[in-house]
Design a protein around this ligand. Structure first.
Ligand code: SF4
Length: 241
């Protein structure tokens, strides 16, 4: 986030945004709804199968700076009876200060706020959680992401989010380990046994037996959780963004 002085001496904030567009939500519990997607630039992780490498600064460092007025103007232009604004990335919570200040502008438009996050920045979540309506939280399994484990961060994130509408999504690839899926399911159940827990087959592994793997993990996870579903990335099937 960039800070700059305005003519009246107050500070205005700007956010680094990669893209803003309207589309169909393709993942998780709300798949199928119309949303305005605000994709914040940059991420603190580096998942091996990341499908938005342009958003994490891998392939390009290009982004646009928006202040609150510019961003809400764009959202109003795009809104066509949308359900919500998806605050996504990259990792949007890296710009939590801007998001916190901006959320009231979204609410003024009678749109819900839908946060898509990697679930590893609990302190940053604490800055915005009060005004977020729906949290779509990833649980990052090290055997899938090829990143370090984030179990402590995920646990704390769930604690900070307690009482909010939240569902968990975890990407299953051909090399995902069963023990990690079970650990994630146990952690979700400890937070809320009624938690929706979604196994999302890695799109690039569809021909490598990943659906069968998801079915086995679904059965295993149901020992801890009532609601475990296998939901692929539908926007890729619909060939939309
Ligand atoms: S957390 Fe999300 S945006 Fe960041 S590297 Fe992983 S998949 Fe990509």
């Amino acid at each position: 986030m960039n800070l700059r002085a305005t003519s009246n001496g107050q500070q205005a904030t700007k956010a680094n945004i990669l893209e803003i567009f309207r589309s169909i939500q393709g993942e998780g519990k709300y798949a199928g709804i119309q949303q305005i997607f605000v994709r914040f630039f940059e991420c603190n992780m580096h998942c091996v199968w990341c499908d938005t490498p342009h958003s994490i600064g891998d392939t390009t460092r290009r982004y646009d700076e928006y202040d609150e007025d510019q961003l809400i103007q764009k959202i109003v232009e795009l809104n066509n009876d949308c359900h919500s604004v998806s605050i996504t990335g990259g990792e949007p919570l890296l710009q939590a200060e801007f998001i916190k200040a901006f959320i009231p502008r979204i609410k003024e438009q009678n749109l819900l706020t839908y946060l898509e996050t990697n679930g590893v920045l609990p302190n940053e979540l604490g800055k915005v959680v009060q005004d977020i309506d729906i949290i779509a939280m990833d649980m990052k399994l090290p055997s899938s992401t090829e990143c370090r484990p984030y179990w402590d961060e995920h646990e704390e994130f769930l604690r900070v989010a307690k009482g909010k509408e939240l569902f968990i999504k975890t990407v299953i690839s051909s090399v995902t380990e069963k023990e990690e899926v079970l650990k994630a399911a146990r952690m979700a159940a400890a937070a809320d046994p009624n938690m929706l827990f979604i196994l999302q087959p890695n799109f690039f592994d569809m021909k490598n037996g990943v659906v069968e793997k998801c079915e086995a993990f679904q059965k295993d996870s149901r020992k801890f959780l009532k609601d475990v579903r296998i939901i692929p990335q539908m926007h890729k099937m619909l060939k939309v963004r």
